[in-house]
Ligand binder design. Sequence first.
Ligand code: NAD
Ligand code: MLT
Length: 310
Amino acid sequence: MSKVLVSDPIDQAGIDILSQVAQVDVKTNLSPEELIGIIPDYDALMIRSGTRVTQEIIEAGKQLKIIGRAGVGVDNVDVPAATRQGIVVVNSPEGNTIAAAEHALAMMLSLSRHIPDANQSVKNHQWDRKSFIGAEVYKKTLGVVGLGKIGSHVATVARAMGMKLLAYDPFISIERAEQLGCRIVELDVLLREADYITLHMPKTAETTHLINAEALAKMKPTARVINCARGGIVDEQALYEALKAGQIAGAALDVFESEPIGESPLLSLGKEMILTPHLGASTAEAQVNVAIDVAEQIRDVLLGLPARSA
Ligand code: NAD
Ligand code: MLT
């Protein structure tokens, strides 16, 4: 019987599918050395964002046929190394779209109304209504950077809330943007005009530190930045300095240059900074969706059927 290793927490629905065709071992929080030690026994590896599947792990996985990422990005898998070894890498491109979009919208509203700090203040037995005067999003301009699956859903909901929409995405047509009620503009225009800037593109050489000191300096002093895409698209040191200097009004990050975030000056900031621990895809619905999607693909490959590669 085939053996599947699940090295990050995934929904039981996925494990049930895999169990129909394989022995499934769930072993989370493994160190890279532990993973290298046990991976030779397995035909398939199923992960979320917690496991970094390096070249060494892939080379140790002599029997591996498939690596499945229960999520969108496969940036924690050395895909070229897997390809060299004939291992298929699959993902779930759509299973958590709504969850991630709703998280970005929740971040935008939380930033506007200081929900996390106001909540903490009440729990600290205070009744402080003056410190938490917020801002409305109605009639404000939202700049969506990356108008793909998640960015499009964010735009659709934001439009329904009465926001004006700008978008920057070099790979999207003007017609598609117009369907979503977005005006396509150059990044510079978006940075200068938007009240809220939400990032929804992959992390690539072009997007790494796209939001750096220079970009932050172009934003309005009332601007708020939201990153629920990938850590490293925002230069965290530059963001800290911009917030500390009051150069922009706020930021909300779900993803970080290094995860867990560890020691960071961002932790010392006040209500202008909201931090969540990579929760974009963490809804019950999304976790069921991605687990089923990826487990079915792994099952098919173990049964000798063709794979849909990431
Ligand atoms: P997608 O592929 O549907 O959309 C990405 C869009 O970014 C595309 O339209 C593409 O044209 C655009 N793009 C590429 N390069 C760009 C650039 N240089 N500038 C502007 N736009 C650019 O992807 P998606 O499913 O919408 O995911 C978006 C991001 O969200 C990804 O980085 C994904 O990994 C991340 N994500 C995070 C979470 C989370 O838990 N926080 C959950 C799901 C997805
Ligand atoms: C993804 O790429 O789908 C996300 O970052 C979500 C996750 O793995 O938790």
